[in-house]
Design a protein around this ligand. Structure first.
Ligand code: DGL
Length: 261
């Protein structure tokens, strides 16, 4: 098979990376995608670093062995734990990770209060600490670990009382009324964006890195001569370590879910 006809591999600890996949499909409709979600081992964000690194490397290897021409690590947690090692292991594979979209949030308003919602692991890693440090003179950046939030999305719960209560408690812990913007630093969170917006209020701007990550993958594929311009609509293949019919149905539902990304 011609190299450019091969699929783009997309990986996440569960179903969250589908928020990035939606953007990839939008921006590169001719590409085929193979999406691997590791819901059996989710959540990654509260596990030890070594374990997350190993799981990520194993899953990326699986995607490459199954014919992926490039890799999107559509998980902030896995990116912070393993992307440097993956780049060493696969120097010739176009590989893009995702990280919290702090820059556009900081640039949007001078001296603002920017809350970064992410998993405990993402916020603890040096990669995030450095990113935050780069912008700390321009805004009040408040890291907000959200253990338990990705589990709602894994269960297909995207609204309702329990979720709203969780978000209210969370945002109250950082003084909800002072927030100017929120960065969704976990790929599961765009699926509950509407609830976050409702609780935070309409004046709060919400940012996530899905579209930027998709743009970067497109640029990398173009530069490597690997972009598929066949003119025929590509398809998406879902694989999940849970391997149940319900899980694949949830994946398909999330791909077309109407919440803005
Ligand atoms: N989707 C994930 C992220 O972007 C990880 C959630 C988890 O496994 O804890 O960080």
């Amino acid at each position: 098979m011609e190299e450019c006809m091969k699929p783009v591999g997309v990986f996440d600890s569960g179903v969250g990376g589908i928020s990035v996949l939606r953007e990839l499909v939008k921006q590169m409709p001719d590409e085929d995608f193979i999406y691997m979600g590791d819901s059996v081992h989710a959540p990654y964000g509260t596990k030890p670093l070594d374990e997350v690194r190993k799981l990520t490397i194993d899953n990326v290897r699986f995607l490459l062995e199954n014919g992926a021409k490039s890799i999107v690590v559509a998980c902030n947690t896995a990116t912070s734990a393993a992307v440097a090692r993956l780049r060493e292991m696969y120097p010739d594979v176009p590989l893009v990770g995702i990280e919290p979209a702090i820059k556009p949030a900081v640039l949007y308003k001078k001296d603002s209060c920017v809350v970064v919602m992410a998993t405990p692991m993402t916020l603890k890693q040096e990669k995030f600490q450095k990113l935050m440090h780069n912008y700390s003179s321009m805004a009040d950046i408040v890291p907000l670990p959200c253990p338990g939030l990705m589990e709602f999305v894994e269960r297909g719960i995207l609204d309702g009382e329990e979720l709203t209560g969780y978000i209210i408690n969370l945002l109250d812990s950082v003084n909800r009324r002072q927030i100017d913007s929120i960065v969704l630093g976990c790929t599961h969170y765009p699926f509950v964006r509407d609830v976050i917006q409702k609780v935070a209020g309409n004046s709060v701007l919400i940012f996530d890195g899905g579209a930027g990550t998709a743009r970067e993958m497109k640029r990398r594929l173009f530069n490597a001569g690997l972009l598929n311009n066949s003119g025929r609509a590509g398809n998406v293949k879902f694989i999940n370590s849970l391997n149940t019919e319900e899980e694949i149905k949830l994946c398909q539902f999330l791909l077309t879910y109407g919440g803005r990304n």
